[in-house]
Design a protein around this ligand. Sequence first.
Ligand code: ING
Length: 318
Amino acid sequence: MPRIITVGAAQLGPIARSDSRAQVVERMLALMRDARSNGCDLVVFPELALTTFFPRWYFEHQQDIDAFFERAMPSPDTQPLFDAARTLGVGFCLGYAELVEEGGRLRRFNTAITVDKQGAIVARYRKIHLPGHAEHEPWRRFQHLEKRYFEVGNLGFPAFRANFGEGKAGIFGMAICNDRRWSETYRVLGLQGVEMILIGYNTPVHNPPAPEHDALSHFHNELVMQAGAYQNGTWVVGVAKAGNEEGVEQIGNSIIVAPSGEIVGACTTTGDELAVARCDLDLTASYKNTTFNFARHREPAQYRMIVERKGAVPPAQD
Ligand code: ING
């Protein structure tokens, strides 16, 4: 029996700083109902999906920053999502800012969770590749202060088994935004046998340190997820918080990528939009057992030798 999971890329349009969590959750519930009517087993929401992308601003005071964080998950504001997972029979992946006490101190992470059809949190991931900068840089049109507001994730890239109904169990992984640009993200999950990677993102069109890349923002978005999918024989679902959010244009371009690297579902707007695809998890075997049979074809001993040599090639001798 094929393990076909119907997946919804639940793209969100802009979230204003003044939008309440309840207002955003209402938009997300509408997407979950739409997903249900399209036969979805699972929807993927963007990174930091409950609030505006606040790292675009420099805040002086911690309490202003902490207003964007969740101290509990579920919380009264987000409980309706967990209830909907049960009543609609649709699991979800949700990105949010996590404020938690761990090891006797407050920790702040850019986090994603996967929730099953019973409304249970089956996995948690904390973003590892934090882009941008840690200090206020007024020269920029807008800030990107993830390095200031979040710690580097401390959970690694764990692949996990999840079950979205009869014949719909598989091996999943999560990543967040900038993680999708790094090949290590996909390979670490690929080495664990991942069959579907769930990724949310907030990606401005304009990248202040490299404006020459702006015109390639969609190309790069698709390139990294298509390559990651194909080179690790896995499905990849990438979902945007899109549109002009507080004056910053963010790409949409949410896509569902097959293990072949082909894009099989895509959003075409920069608003709230659901793109749906039927994903056969057994299709991953066609790549994992042949071209990317790691046991037969990879040479980790050779890679370790190169990595242990450390650093770039020495400068040419004059
Ligand atoms: N955003 C962006 C991303 O990696 C970025 C940051 C934009 C990096 C453009 C490079 C180029 O998609 C987040 N939140 O990581």
